[in-house]
Design a protein around this ligand. Structure first.
Ligand SMILES: Nc1ncnc2c1ncn2[C@@H]1O[C@H](COP(=O)(O)OP(=O)(O)OP(=O)(O)O)[C@@H](O)[C@H]1O
Length: 747
């Protein structure tokens, strides 16, 4: 059943001293009651502000009037239908909360019952069993006002809701017995004289009545909150009073935060911070849970209390926006109504789950994230206040008694503040999101790093492009200064290999390289071809780099997470390496080093994978040394890098090469290797008898050559040796890092 949070306001009568003071400063009272609305007027500016409540009780109305009009029915419903109920007195210190709840406790000569006695009277007339517990929350400690125990612990039971450990519950049989328990409790309650109230309650008092009738049971809570107070209420008093005041304000602020959150639209409803204080934990059911609740806001009408009265009215009208879902309680031993009980339990269970999730979520957050969330919370509160202020000002627009310019000015200020806060809020949210992303997805960080690397490389390429452009420019200039006929006369066929262009990608320049003997100038057409090659080589290098990064990323991931690659993953890596080796471009020293690192990684992974297979299948597999992955240059003469294909074959049975990649280049490499292998075998046949041992020796020699393609003592790199390959001789762009002699024709 949907149940609104009901709110009534009680206006304290105008007392003699207050009346005297108010009259002396020439001001009238500030409150005007037109039930159910209440209008409050600023004593200085005469601005009016209206609030609407379920009931407003003016100074002439008694506690009995309040009871009859808004409480009697509620108590009847709770008891006869099994709903929990809470009556809560809220207001500034001295505004009449205790007077409303307990009557005139301190003057036995004045016969005046409060709401507590009236509730008890009614219950005793309803023929129900009643147990009572009475406690106070003082300085964030719960104290049993019947059993005297201090520091009671709170528990949350999925069925019974919020429970107090070790609290004394006293079954009451007569109304006098009940009243004497309450009077005893009140005497133990912490009271003190403050500037605002001679008998000020310094604690929140909570009476809990557990009521059972034939069919239902319910819990009724009667709460007299400590008064909200400004710091100057206790001016001059230090130590205990100050600490009390701080604790009272803190718990009332927590109560306000819960009310604000509960009053939000369902769509905006977030986590309700019940755990911020003992008071909100204890009142959790009464605020947002399975309870019919009535708040009585106590206010004073004297001008001196204008600010506090406005605050109380705001607080109360916010609470009125809370909507709750309540369910009936059955008697614990009544199984016929177990559906209601389970509904209640599942509601509470859902709340517990939500709480658990929130706690779990908060535990994962970093300090930075927690701080941002705190800032966000504060901004939300500020925005709430700003919007309220703005709403109030907008309401005033139609009022005739106001200064329009001032109002417009104030509205603008509020709007500016709201916009600015909204901007800050969005910033904080995006900060929070990026922090969360960093925490939850380290891959994103890697991607970010790679993106940076790509940008860096792009910049480098750009620089190189600029160099190329400037060279082009220079070339054009040279062209113009040369007689046109000399180009036509150039015989390309006469150009020897030494006149080829080489690119030194390690330097930020492009150089023509050739022997100092060569005197021929390249023709116009040749130069264009060179430039084309150069561009192609640069494009190929870009693709090569992208593939390198892809591979690097994968390997980093595997290494970082200590993942042992399975056959498929290994194959994927090897395929990527093969793709890399087919890229026709010059490479840098650092690329070469990286390739060597890749080779080592694949080799170690292959070995691990072999060991794993051996262990699992109990099959002895030969040491697969050929599973190295080649640099682009080694690749041209290396054996098949795929460990899967060579697996399980004996050395003399093994077929020489099986290209994994069926690109034309690979096919050619494959046939080259086959030829070499066949030549070796033929040589072996000629030199000695073709015994299996001889064959094996030749094959081993061949494999050795493949693994160590350079002669011992040679200080040439594999890349250098590649440049002497016949098949590449005509290729103008050599993959070479040899020292280059600048070619004078560029000038
Ligand atoms: N409606 C009322 N009619 C007559 N006297 C009242 C009324 N309300 C309050 N008073 C008197 O005002 C004084 C302060 O009231 P009370 O102690 O109830 O305030 P309070 O809000 O509980 O203050 P605190 O928060 O400091 O405990 C008391 O002397 C009380 O008798």
């Amino acid at each position: 059943m949907q149940e609104p949070f009901k709110v009534s306001i009680r206006v304290k009568p105008y007392e003699g001293r207050q009346r005297f003071l108010t009259q002396r400063i020439g001001k009238e009272t500030i409150i005007q009651v037109e039930c159910p609305t209440q209008t409050i007027r600023d004593p200085d500016t005469y601005e009016q502000r209206s609030f609407a409540f379920d009931n407003v009780f003016n100074e002439g109305e008694s506690t009995r009037d309040i009871y009859d009009s808004s409480i009697q029915q509620m108590i009847y419903d709770c008891v006869s239908q099994g709903y929990n109920g809470t009556i809560l007195a809220y207001g500034q210190t001295g505004s009449g909360k205790s007077y409303t709840m307990f009557g005139n406790l301190y003057d036995p000569l004045v016969e005046n019952d409060g709401l507590v006695s009236m509730v008890l009277d009614q219950l005793f007339q309803m023929n129900v069993k009643i147990s009572i517990s009475y406690l106070e929350i003082y300085n964030e400690q719960i104290r049993d006002l019947i059993g005297d125990q201090v520091g009671l612990q709170l528990n949350e039971d999925p069925i019974k809701g919020v429970m107090l450990q070790d609290v004394q519950e006293f079954q009451i049989l007569t109304i006098d017995q009940a009243k004497s328990i309450i009077i005893n409790g009140n005497q133990k309650r912490v009271m003190a004289a403050t500037n605002a109230n001679q008998f000020s309650s310094r604690s929140h008092a909570i009476i809990q009545l557990f009521v059972v009738n034939q069919q239902y049971q319910c819990k009724l809570s009667l709460v007299d909150l400590a008064g909200s107070e400004k710091a100057n209420v206790n001016e001059g008093s230090k130590g205990i009073r100050q600490m009390e005041g701080a604790n009272i304000n803190k718990s009332l602020l927590a109560l306000g935060n819960c009310i604000n959150m509960l009053a939000c639209d369902q769509s905006m409803k977030k986590f309700v911070p019940y755990r911020d204080s003992k008071l909100t934990r204890l009142l959790k059911d009464s605020l947002g849970g399975n309870t019919k609740t009535l708040m009585i806001g106590c206010v004073q009408q004297v001008v001196q209390c204008h600010e506090e009265t406005i605050n109380t009215l705001k607080y109360a009208s916010r609470a009125r926006a809370i909507k709750k879902k309540i369910v009936q309680n059955i008697k614990i031993n009544d199984v016929s109504n177990c559906n209601c009980n389970s509904e209640n339990a599942s509601l509470l269970q859902a709340e517990i789950e939500a709480l658990k999730q929130e706690v779990q979520y908060q535990c994962q957050l970093t300090e930075e994230e927690l701080e941002i969330r705190l800032n966000l919370k504060q901004i939300d509160q500020l925005q709430f206040q700003n919007r309220e202020g703005l709403e109030y000002l907008l309401q005033q627009i139609n009022s005739e008694m106001i200064d329009e310019d001032r109002l417009k000015n104030e509205i603008q200020q509020y709007e500016r503040a709201i916009n600015e806060n909204e901007r800050i809020k969005q910033e904080l949210i995006s900060q929070l999101q990026s922090k969360r992303k960093e925490r939850t997805d380290p891959k994103d960080v890697q991607i970010e790093m790679l993106k940076k690397e790509i940008t860096f490389l792009r910049d480098q390429i750009k620089q190189k492009d600029q160099v190329i452009d400037s060279l082009k420019q220079e070339k054009d200039n040279t062209k113009q200064s040369r007689p046109h006929t000399s180009y036509q006369e150039t015989d390309r066929s006469k150009m020897n290999k030494e006149n080829s262009i080489e690119i030194d990608v390690r330097k930020d320049s492009l150089q023509y390289c050739g022997s100092s003997k060569s005197i021929k100038q390249p023709t116009n057409r040749e130069e264009d071809q060179h430039l084309q090659k150069l561009n192609k080589a640069r494009d190929n290098y870009k693709i090569f780099r992208a593939k390198m990064i892809q591979l690097q990323e994968k390997m980093n991931y595997y290494t970082k997470n200590e993942i042992q690659l399975n056959q498929n993953q290994l194959k994927e890596i090897i395929d990527l390496m093969n793709e890399l080796s087919t890229q026709n471009c010059p490479i840098l020293k650092q690329d070469e080093e990286m390739i060597i690192y890749f080779q080592k990684f694949i080799k170690s992974q292959t070995q691990k994978s072999q060991q794993q297979i051996n262990q699992n299948n109990q099959i002895t597999i030969q040491n697969n040394q050929n599973n190295q992955i080649a640099t682009p240059q080694q690749r041209s003469r290396s054996v098949n890098p795929n460990p899967i294909r060579g697996k399980g074959t004996s050395q003399h049975q093994r077929k020489p090469l099986q290209p994994t990649n069926q690109s034309p280049m690979n096919r050619q490499l494959f046939s080259n290797h086959s030829k070499q292998y066949q030549q070796l075998v033929q040589k072996g046949k000629k030199e000695s008898c073709p015994t299996p041992q001889n064959k094996q020796k030749f094959i081993l020699d061949y494999v050795k050559k493949m693994e160590n393609p350079l002669p011992r003592g040679s200080n040439k790199s594999p890349l250098q040796s590649f440049s002497s390959d016949n098949s590449e001789k005509d290729d103008i762009i050599k993959r070479s890092f040899v020292q280059k002699v600048p070619f004078q024709s560029i000038q």
